[in-house]
Write a protein that binds this ligand. Structure first.
Ligand code: DNO
Length: 349
């Protein structure tokens, strides 16, 4: 297990020095942010991130994310050029020492929430998702004024509508085909340079706005891992993403996929599952719906050796930071994880 922390590069309000001071911190999780999706990352930009990270005594081993261009997900004729670029990015990252790349295959939208600053009773704020609010939004209705936080502002409303319609027509099975096509090109490169790909689950792990979503739970994960049956084709076990559906048994999934050697990255966070949505809670088991101890134990017992990062924290102590990505609560999450891990390690010896 290697503890890591997401850092948004030089524009992040959180310094590498502060991250370094979190006990047991090993690696930085970052990306090149100023290149358009689908293009090749300049080697200098990758090496700059490496240099800054290593200057603070941290390791530069995890990328989150190299985003997948929509043309690849849609299987458009232009996809081959973007896949070639993707492979080139993998090679470049490997050359700089990267061991693990997190990415997702969600159509149009990455993680979706209805509010980023829901006030909790103790004065902290958190991210929430209420299904009834999502159901009121239709991205194909160009006269709708409703938008959600995290909405991709790079599309005009018309572009967004046509993209969403294209995916609705594509449907799940074709999305699977396009994912397979992508993996068949990318995983051989990963084998060559020994980099693990770690797909991030859909968040939330069910279809939204009528868009197909396929990385949603155990059955589909099994199917995914077989698309290209190689250890380099693995997953990011994002507890909050899979955990927001009661259908997912995270302890079972953690054990099963760790045993297969396919969990390359763990996103450690908790969610409180509601009747019709979820709220992101503090990391401890008792505040959410997930048993963090049992999940960690399942990972440990099944030989998990990947990277772990504390994921989304609440906003606490008056900190003003990127929603979910403040320093304080994520640092508390890391410390809680360290405690659980030490206890499990000692119990098992
Ligand atoms: C949210 C993150 C996701 C994740 C991507 C991976 O906080 O976990 O945005 O980075 O889905 O590609």
């Amino acid at each position: 297990m290697k503890l890591s922390f997401r850092w948004y590069g030089e524009s992040d309000s959180i310094s590498l020095r502060n991250i370094r001071q979190i006990p047991n911190m090993h690696s930085i999780v970052t990306a090149v942010y100023d290149v358009s999706v689908g293009e090749v990352w300049p080697m200098e930009s990758i090496l700059r991130l490496k240099e800054l990270t290593e200057k603070e005594g941290l390791h530069f081993e995890v990328i989150e994310s190299i985003p997948v261009h929509e043309d690849i997900k849609l299987g458009r004729p232009t996809r081959d050029r973007y896949i070639e670029n993707y492979c080139e990015n993998i090679r470049r990252c490997a050359q700089a020492g990267i061991k693990c790349i997190c990415y997702n295959f969600m159509p149009v939208f990455d993680w979706t929430r209805t509010q980023l600053d829901k006030l909790n009773e103790d004065g902290s704020t958190c991210l929430v998702y209420y299904q009834d609010q999502v159901d009121k939004v239709d991205p194909t209705k160009s006269d709708s004024d409703l938008t959600l936080p995290g909405w991709d502002a790079s599309y005009t409303r018309e572009e967004l509508a046509s993209l969403v319609n294209e995916y609705r027509e594509l449907g799940e099975e074709k999305l699977w085909d396009n994912l397979k096509y992508f993996l068949e090109k990318v995983i051989p490169v990963c084998k060559e340079v020994d980099v693990n790909m770690a797909i991030h689950p859909d968040d939330p792990c069910w279809p939204i706005f009528g868009l197909p979503r396929i990385i949603t739970g155990e059955k589909n994960m099994d199917r995914f891992l077989k698309l290209v049956d190689d250890t380099h084709n693995g997953l990011t076990l994002c507890l909050g993403s899979f955990g927001c559906s009661k259908d997912n048994d995270l302890v079972k999934m953690a054990a099963k996929y760790a045993k297969m050697g396919r969990v390359h990255f763990l996103h450690f966070r908790n969610v409180l599952v509601l009747e019709d949505g979820f709220e992101e809670s503090g990391h401890l088991s008792k505040f959410g719906s997930l048993d963090m101890y049992e999940i960690c134990k399942a990972l440990y017992e099944n030989g998990f050796e990947g990277y772990v990062r504390p994921d989304h924290g609440r906003q606490i102590w008056g900190e003003k930071a990127k929603p979910g990505y403040g320093l304080y609560d994520r640092a508390l999450g890391a410390t809680y994880f360290n405690g659980l891990w030490e206890a499990i390690e000692k119990e098992k010896k």
